[in-house]
Design a protein. Structure first.
Length: 226
């Protein structure tokens, strides 16, 4: 399945970029320190998802259910747009928070509707859970890859952000840090993994459960009324 292959490639490229980040942004304690731990944990998570993808191959999903991954990849492009707005346009506060929340809400609604539709179509709660998880994971993977690419190839964009400059001024004074680029490389890496795990797979699973219950209920009501 094409979408499954794309998701695998995204996970693999993300793992490679994590390794690149570790060697590209070195601290005084390199190769030891919390940065090493963060990179190892990120690789562990990515390896887990990669293993899960290769083992399952989405073969237990029918063609329409498998399209949840494809939908998730499209949903993930919204995260890419949101990240682009923050790093190219760089709106100030509170506008940036409103924009971030709007994109998050839109993606959540799309995942929920996907889960409801699949559960309604198949008349199974599990169909909604599967749809929510896979679309959520795929969207989070796109967001993760976008953030990692930004770290490796677009650090200047991160450093030019006035909000980041203000944060760096406070953090540097409090902790005596030496490199703004290194600091935000690992801050952004943490955000990338958060999008993959929390705003991706976990949010998708929760919305999948809700959508699965809603879709199954709607299908039962329609059957009773027909």
């Amino acid at each position: 399945m094409k979408s499954n292959f794309i998701l695998k490639i995204i996970i693999l490229i993300s793992a490679v970029l994590v390794v690149v980040i570790f060697f590209q942004y070195r601290t005084a304690t390199f190769p030891k320190g919390m940065e090493l731990l963060e990179c190892l944990m990120s690789l562990f998570v990515l390896a887990g998802f990669a293993t899960f993808l290769w083992k399952n191959k989405l073969g237990w999903l029918d063609s329409k259910q498998g399209r949840s991954v494809e939908f998730g990849l499209y949903f993930g492009l919204l995260w890419t747009i949101e990240i682009g707005i923050n790093n190219f346009i760089r709106p100030g506060l509170p506008l940036r928070d409103h924009i971030d929340n709007s994109f998050w809400a839109a993606i959540a609604v799309l995942i929920l509707f996907t889960a409801i539709y699949q559960a309604y179509r198949v008349r199974k709660i599990s169909a909604g859970i599967n749809a929510g998880f896979w679309s959520g994971l795929a969207s989070g993977a796109v967001a993760c890859l976008t953030a990692l690419v930004l770290i490796v190839f677009g650090m200047n964009l991160i450093l030019l952000d006035p909000l980041n400059a203000r944060e760096w001024s406070d953090v540097k004074a409090a902790n005596g840090l030496q490199s703004m680029a290194v600091y935000f490389a690992y801050q952004t890496l943490a955000g990338a993994m958060m999008h993959l795990v929390i705003l991706g797979a976990m949010m998708g699973l929760i919305l999948g459960l809700i959508g699965g219950l809603a879709g199954r209920m709607i299908s039962m009501l329609k059957k009773n009324n027909s």
